[in-house]
Design a protein around this ligand. Structure first.
Ligand code: AHM
Ligand code: MG
Length: 347
């Protein structure tokens, strides 16, 4: 007797089912998600064989932030652009790897959405075989310009119609939200499909008691930031049960663990980077939407990331992401220079 096969939900089926919730949908938005899923499979294939082919190592080029660009960054950037430049779905794009807005080539039609993306985040880790990821954010076109403009890219995170990331780790996973919960899919390489493996992800509160931060920056932090870390370590008298520390140094991987296990990820402002290191549009806003949709929160230590009105394409922001109680508590410690130390959570 054969066992009845389990019901398998591919990402395509899931996207169609989400689309049915919106009878007015034209299908354009779903097509963007399909194309991103396809691009993710192609990037995943290349990332997984990176050690086998001569694709590693720096190129001569340096990106707009003055950092050396690895070949796989360029590859991933191009794969995503080419997946979406010709279908009449987008009016323009913006990538962390490019200084300016990316126009749709003049021979192709344009559409009513904008895609912002970080093609391969954490790429400085590639040589050590550490997980890297792609992050994406989708907005509706708001400008009158037929082929899009900077205005379309500079929208507050709250206005995102979808956001997601792909983590290229021990397996490849795509996690996305369209504002109706957060859903995770694992790539089954044998059939080349993303299959629903983590429906309706909810971030545990505060879960496995993990904090994630580059503590090498301690000497550059504010007193409030240091006191919050003392609290997490149990050095603060209000918490006698230390949290564990985990820091991969690859945002998507650190965030993914935070989403599944709970806790907090931080990249604070410091004296070297007064606005933090991470980018509002390509990193902070999409992950903050996912955190919020999963019951967590994302702030810059004070404001909700999703409420920040961007002023420039590559704007940076301090970032606190994860279980709502811990993100709120971080904000209280940061503000504590002006107030009493707050009572802890999860002790
Ligand atoms: P990247 O966009 O150049 O890859 O840099 C972003 C990465 C994130 O993945 C990670 O959270 C952070 O930089 C790590 O920075 P640091 O090495 O300063 O801790
Ligand atoms: Mg990045």
């Amino acid at each position: 007797m054969t066992t009845k096969p389990a019901s398998v939900v591919t990402i395509e089926r899931h996207i169609i089912e989400q689309e049915r919730l919106h009878p007015e949908a034209t299908g354009a938005f779903s097509n963007i998600l399909y194309e991103i899923a396809l691009a993710a499979k192609i990037i995943s294939r290349e990332v997984n064989k990176a050690g086998l082919v001569d694709i590693l190592g720096g190129t001569e080029s340096v990106n707009v932030h003055g950092e050396q660009v690895k070949k796989l960054d360029l590859y991933a950037d191009e794969v995503i652009f080419k997946a979406l430049d010709h279908g009449g779905l987008l009016c323009c794009l913006a990538s962390e790897e490019h200084e300016h807005v990316l126009d749709i080539p003049p021979q192709f039609p344009t559409g009513k959405y904008v895609l912002l993306y970080d093609p391969l985040d954490g790429s400085s880790n590639i040589d050590a075989n550490v997980s890297v990821g792609t992050i994406f954010s989708i907005h509706r076109k708001i400008s009158d310009h037929p082929r899009g403009s900077l205005e379309d890219c500079l929208q507050a995170g709250r206005r995102q119609v979808a956001a997601g990331y792909v983590v290229y780790g021990s397996s490849t996973m795509l996690v996305y939200t369209t504002g109706a919960g957060v859903h995770g899919f694992t790539l089954d390489p044998s059939i080349g499909e993303f299959l629903l493996s983590h429906p309706n992800i909810r971030i545990p509160r505060p879960g496995q008691r993990i904090y994630s931060v580059n503590e090498g920056n301690w000497s550059r932090w504010s007193d409030g930031q240091r006191r919050f870390i003392d609290y997490l370590k149990g050095v603060d008298s209000r918490n006698d049960k230390p949290y564990s520390s985990r820091y991969i140094g690859s945002l998507v991987a650190d965030f993914h663990r935070t989403l599944l296990y709970g806790g907090i990820f931080m990249y604070p402002a410091d004296t070297k980077s007064p606005n933090g290191k991470l980018r509002l549009l390509y990193e902070a806003a999409p992950l903050a939407l996912i955190a919020e949709q999963a019951g967590g929160r994302g702030t810059d230590g004070e404001r909700d990331i999703l409420d920040i009105q961007p002023e420039s394409l590559h704007q940076r922001t301090p970032l606190y992401l994860g279980s709502r109680e811990l993100v709120d508590l971080a904000g209280e410690y940061l503000a504590r220079d002006r107030m009493e130390v707050p009572a802890g959570v999860g002790a």
